[in-house]
Design a protein around this ligand. Structure first.
Ligand code: NAD
Ligand SMILES: O=C[C@H](O)CS(=O)(=O)O
Length: 486
């Protein structure tokens, strides 16, 4: 498959960005990147492993020292130049993203702008890394707190947001004065390599930002084993997050983990039902349900259950499934056959346990990894999709009677990333927002993500926050200086 680009240099073939050079794997081996909508090959990228990773880590140390010695204003200027180039090439970057990930082009353009916003935001945050002067208990000294970059860092990122999950990490890392080596998902490396093309043009030194592609276990193992890499930021499944956490123990790495979710979406009987349906469509079916903050369980209070279910089904029936490059398409393919099988198993399990199929419920007539947008009603809390992240375009509706009952149901999970509810009663809003055990709560909205707010989870959805003024702290160390003899 050829991707029509205005700037073809953005599509790298057979090379990754290591130490300021475009290089292949030592072995010459490659991975094939395919379009999930057509199963057609798009490009080859290097199948790198431990040796190349160790080379990249070694190549980062000196450039990071030079990078951190720049003024914050200088680093900010390079980041702003990078932001401008990303937005200048938004259409091409979106086309590369849709080709390798499958999401509709309009969503891909949105992701590019969202991803770029982290570079823009942290370019400014670079200039606001303030220290402290503490009133000393002794008169002969002054006590200072400095904030300094943690050093050489690494990021391992998922396929569902091939651009934004990288810039949400590399933005604060470089703003703080760190270097970063990124390993993108093997399904979607091309967006990361395109970002590297523009980073080079923006004047970001090669050893400061590197993109390595290849064997996840080999590359991840080398990153975790290296004492030079002092920080690892991971976005992906909780299962892999646990592996990386264990592997990082020997070097006591600082970790940021953005992991799986199991978001409740609660519709109370005083909700604006049309607004709640809008929010459910936006939260549940964005990226064909393949986002970590998608509504995974929809709880609807008894008195409005039938009305909400019908309104939602009517809207879901209008979703257009197809190739993300086709105008008007709002639902692309699932990333691969394994994802499709998981969705099928969740739907079959729920129906076997008594759920009623309201809309969809099977593979789409297009074949491949396309699945019909689906609504299930009266799903049992014993169903797999109550406790597992479906990661597909399926909305299971669970019925509830009281506030206390739905809060217990919503919190009955080891995950704690995003949550949502619709109500117009201010007392209920405060009580429910405070009772939900999640890092993020959307009230009367299904879309909460942006660059200015702290994104992250509690319980087994992760550690740390990305975005907001908190995000840069993940890449800083605090140094206390006691200046005595004065
Ligand atoms: N919390 C968030 O912000 C967020 C965002 C996106 C996705 N996710 C979660 O990610 C999951 C889906 O994404 P995915 O399928 O890419 O996740 P995944 O965990 O399978 O893969 C994520 C990344 O980890 C790498 N990886 C896999 N096994 C590894 C290993 N043993 N060592 C080192 N690296 C390894 C992959 O190559 C990929 O780059 C879902 O659970 C979703 O909720 C969370
Ligand atoms: O999938 C996880 C992403 O963080 C989703 S979002 O675009 O940041 O909401």
């Amino acid at each position: 498959m050829s991707i029509q680009l205005k700037y073809p240099a953005l599509l790298k073939q057979g090379v990754a960005w290591l130490a300021g050079a475009w290089v292949g794997a030592d072995s010459g081996a490659t991975l094939t990147v395919t379009n999930p909508a057509t199963a057609q090959p798009i490009a080859e990228v290097p199948l790198m492993g431990r040796v190349e990773t160790e080379r990249a880590i070694a190549a980062a140390a000196e450039p990071q020292k030079a990078w951190r010695s720049l003024t914050a204003k200088d680093r900010a200027a390079r980041l702003k130049a990078w932001f401008a180039l990303i937005m200048q090439h938004q259409d091409d970057l979106a086309r590369i993203l849709t080709a390798e990930q499958g999401k509709p082009l309009a969503e891909a353009r949105g992701e590019i702008a969202y991803g770029a916003s982290f570079i823009e935001w942290f370019a400014e945050e670079a200039k606001r890394v303030y220290g402290e002067v503490i009133p000393a208990p002794q008169g002969d000294r002054r006590l200072l707190v400095l904030k300094q970059p943690i050093g050489v860092t690494a990021a391992i990122t998922p396929w569902n947001f091939p651009t934004a999950m990288i810039t949400r990490k590399v933005g604060p890392a470089l703003a703080a004065g760190c270097a970063m080596i990124v390993k993108p998902a093997e399904q979607t490396p091309l967006s990361a390599l395109a970002l590297a093309v523009l980073a080079e043009e923006a004047g970001i030194p090669g050893g400061v930002f590197q993109v390595i592609t290849g064997d996840p276990r080999e590359i991840g193992g080398a990153i975790c084993d290296s004492p030079v890499v002092t920080k690892l930021s991971f976005t992906g499944s909780t299962e892999v997050g646990r592996i990386l956490m264990r592997q990082s123990a020997d070097t006591i790495k600082k970790l940021s983990l953005e992991l799986g979710g199991n978001a409740p979406f609660i519709v109370f009987d005083d909700a604006d039902l049309d607004a709640a349906v809008d929010g459910a469509i936006a939260s549940k079916y964005r990226n064909a349900g393949q986002t970590c903050v998608c509504a995974n369980r929809l709880f609807v209070q008894d008195g409005v259950f039938d009305a909400f279910a019908q309104k939602l089904a009517d809207r879901v029936a209008k979703l257009e499934v197809g190739d993300g490059f086709t105008d008007g398409i709002t639902q692309g393919p699932l990333i691969d056959e394994a994802a499709l099988s998981k969705v099928e198993s969740h739907v079959g399990d729920a129906i076997a346990k008594g759920a009623r199929l309201v809309s969809g419920g099977k593979r789409h007539a297009l074949g491949g990894t396309f699945y019909e947008p689906t609504v299930l009603a009266d799903v049992s809390p014993d169903a797999l999709m109550f406790r597992e992240e479906t990661f597909g375009p399926v909305a299971p509706l669970f019925r509830f009677k009281t506030d206390e009952e739905v809060i217990e149901l919503a919190n009955r999970t080891e995950f704690g990333l995003a949550s949502y509810f619709y109500s117009r009663d201010i007392g209920r809003i405060w009580r429910v927002a405070e009772a939900l055990e999640y890092g993020m709560v959307g009230v009367n909205t299904g879309i909460i993500s942006n660059e200015v707010a702290p994104f992250g989870g509690v319980k087994q959805s992760g550690l740390g926050r990305e975005g907001s003024h908190h995000g840069i702290d993940e890449y800083l160390e605090i140094k206390y200086v006691a200046m005595a003899g004065l």
